[in-house]
Design a protein around this ligand. Structure first.
Ligand code: ATP
Length: 234
């Protein structure tokens, strides 16, 4: 089985100009994610877990190292060095990211947001609308919320909308930054079921979870990050 993502010696430092101080976040991280696999990342708060995901998604630009992604559209790409257009295209069609924080365009309703995700991934208008409704229903987002702007949603509603938006695309690579924080147990189970389904359909995933029970049966490998460095748990 070949890899879809290979991280080589990734480090990220932040320089805080006002304080004239350098923060070392993640250090010399290397690992590979094989196609169809699920890698879990655990570690104490502030250890650098989200930074690794953000460097892959290119929200952060890595200080050193490579993030090699085997893209469907144009083969192997180093996401650290790829141009902005390539990153935008990959985010639309191939790489999904879910966090607790909602980012939507202004004056976009919850349903329009999910439809836009499916359209970006290349589905037709009709397919996009159908898939969006299916996802919103799946994540039990109350139907009377579909046509309003989501900035007033509760934390759990925002998270469920984020999940619907990311998963409606059926991305090749899905990055999950604590996607179950602030969810009740029933919704957590729904998320786990859908992740299991996506994995069977071939989506490769990297997820940060605090809930070790949630990771059981889902992760092929778990890495522990401590002091910015990775060690394999299993
Ligand atoms: N944009 C930033 N500017 C400066 N420092 C940052 C930035 N983002 C992260 N850091 C620092 O990098 C370190 C790792 O942060 P990160 O968010 O990756 O940790 P984490 O393991 O995901 O923590 P948590 O479990 O609490 O979410 C922290 O010391 C944090 O303060």
């Amino acid at each position: 089985m070949g890899y879809i993502l290979k991280i080589e010696d990734l480090s990220k430092n932040f320089y805080l100009h006002e304080q004239k101080q350098e923060i070392r976040s993640c250090n010399h991280i290397s690992f590979a994610l094989n196609k169809g696999e699920f890698v879990g990342i655990v570690g104490t708060s502030g250890a650098g877990k989200s930074t690794v995901l953000r460097c892959i998604y290119r929200t952060y630009l890595a200080t050193t190292g490579k993030v090699l992604y085997d893209s469907l559209a144009s083969g192997l790409i180093d996401l650290v060095r790829a141009d902005e257009q390539t990153i935008i295209r990959l985010r639309k069609a191939e790489i999904g990211y879910v966090s607790q924080f909602l980012s939507t365009l202004p004056r976009t309703t919850a349903k329009q947001h999910v439809i836009a995700g499916a359209l970006d991934a290349g589905f037709s208008r009709q397919e996009a609308a159908e898939r969006a409704e299916e996802m919103l229903r799946y994540f039990r987002l109350n139907e009377n919320l579909w046509d309003i702007y989501p900035n007033t949603f509760s934390g759990g509603e925002k998270l469920r909308l984020n999940l619907a938006h990311a998963m409606v695309k059926a991305p090749r690579l899905l990055l999950l930054d604590e996607p179950t924080a602030s969810l009740d147990n029933d919704t957590k189970l729904l998320v786990k079921e859908l992740l299991t389904r996506l994995k069977k359909e071939g989506t490769s995933m990297i997820g940060i979870f605090h809930d070790l029970e949630f990771m059981e049966g889902l992760c092929d490998h778990i890495y522990n990050i401590s002091g910015g460095r990775f060690t394999a748990e299993h």
